[in-house]
Design a protein around this ligand. Structure first.
Ligand code: GDP
Length: 366
């Protein structure tokens, strides 16, 4: 339970669509007909539970904000939404740039909304956005049909912070979306190492999009993606590319035989499709539904979610310890000198690290 004084309801923050704006707005505007009411945590929760996507979007902006006051309110909203979350199917979609993720997500999304109704949220984890300060993944302009669909909510990757921080924010956004009644969640990520692991650790089904004839087949095996994939789909199976796709699919199926049976008991499937021409989309969804039925029946669905919750607890501990250490002013002051001594070979990395950590922990005791 949060103490009332720590509650954002008592802070009376003004939160509108840009949370980085000052909280004190022009008093005339506040009284005028364009006044924005101050939203409390309770307002956010009420709006989210009613399925209001404007409020949901604003709450996600709070989750992504680095401002400690916004973070406090965001954590309160998440905590209150938690009991209403979890009732969705979360699907990770990964592929190298150009694999056809956005084209496919548009088609997959429209298909599943027509087939089952409900609501779909498209989120993203984009490690490159930290450098570019702008995320492409999950961008509305890339998903023409979904972006105008009344039952979809598209949110680009949060762009600030480490991969761990970005992934945490995506995970928290999943909770808010589920509380807002989104029963299908896509988490898009690019096919480069760590971000796939982060994506895999928050979804029920991990779909890997591959292309034929690019040598990706082998790279995929090397990077351990085969172990993570619940389904591998070869995109652009159209025109002159059909034979190459079918060959790639056979290679993947053969390669899958080399891996031990996954814990889920489900043998990953390999399918060909064309996102651009909308071919084979139904079969991809048939596979996903079949998987969900299968793992719900054998108990693995719940088991995987519980394991993920545990994983994220440790990730949060790691992140907070790291942030506490690196943001400590004394440590910040000592780091450059420590770096120099290690570079000059005057101390080993281990000794330098140990001394800094000892200093940090003794500071905590004071
Ligand atoms: P992303 O970078 O993974 O999101 O890939 P995009 O969806 O932006 O697609 C990259 C390019 O591949 C675009 O020019 C698409 O038109 C094209 N593309 C995507 N899906 C298909 C497909 O099924 N068949 C063909 N022939 N081209 C496709």
């Amino acid at each position: 339970m949060l103490h009332p004084e720590n509650s954002s309801e008592y802070k009376g923050l003004t939160v509108n669509d840009g949370v980085e704006q000052p909280s004190i707005v022009n008093p005339y505007l506040q009284r005028g007909r364009f006044a924005r009411r101050r939203l409390t945590a309770a307002d956010y929760v009420e709006g989210i539970l009613k399925g209001n996507v404007t409020i949901l979007g604003q709450a996600v902006t709070l989750v992504e904000s680095t401002n400690p006051d916004h973070q406090a309110i965001a954590q309160e909203v998440i905590e209150r939404c938690l009991p209403y979350s979890g009732k969705s199917v979360r699907i990770g979609i990964s592929g190298v740039p150009g694999a056809g993720k956005s084209t496919s997500i548009d088609e997959f999304g429209i298909h599943v909304l027509e087939r089952t109704g409900g609501r779909l949220a498209v989120l993203a984890i984009d490690p490159s956005s930290e450098k570019t300060k702008g995320s492409i993944l999950g961008d509305k302009t890339r998903m023409e049909k979904l972006s105008v669909h009344p039952d979809s909510f598209i949110r680009p990757s949060p762009s600030a912070g480490s991969l761990g921080g970005v992934a945490r924010k995506t995970r928290e956004t999943i909770i808010l979306c589920e509380a807002a009644g989104f029963d299908k969640i896509f988490v898009e990520t690019v096919g480069v190492g760590q971000s796939e692991t982060a994506c895999h650790s928050m979804v029920d089904f991990f779909l890997v999009i591959q292309l034929a004839g690019t040598g990706d087949e082998l790279q995929g095996i090397k990077r351990g993606i085969m172990e993570m994939a619940d389904g591998i789909v070869i995109n652009k199976c159209d025109g002159d590319n059909v034979d190459a796709c079918q060959l790639a699919a056979r290679q993947f199926r053969n390669a899958l035989h080399l891996f031990p049976m996954p814990e889920s008991g489900w043998t990953p499937k390999v399918l060909c499709y064309s996102g651009f021409y909308g071919l084979g989309i139904k079969e991809v969804w048939d596979m996903i539904f079949e998987y969900v039925d299968f793992v719900k029946a054998n108990g693995y669905f719940e088991h995987r979610r519980a394991e993920q919750a545990k994983y994220w607890m440790y990730e949060s501990i790691n992140e907070q310890l790291r942030n506490g250490f690196f943001q400590n002013p004394t440590i910040e002051g000592l780091l450059p000198r420590a770096e120099e001594t290690v570079l000059a070979g005057q101390k080993t990395s281990f000794v330098a690290a140990k001394q800094l950590l000892d200093t940090y922990f003794s500071l905590l005791k004071q």
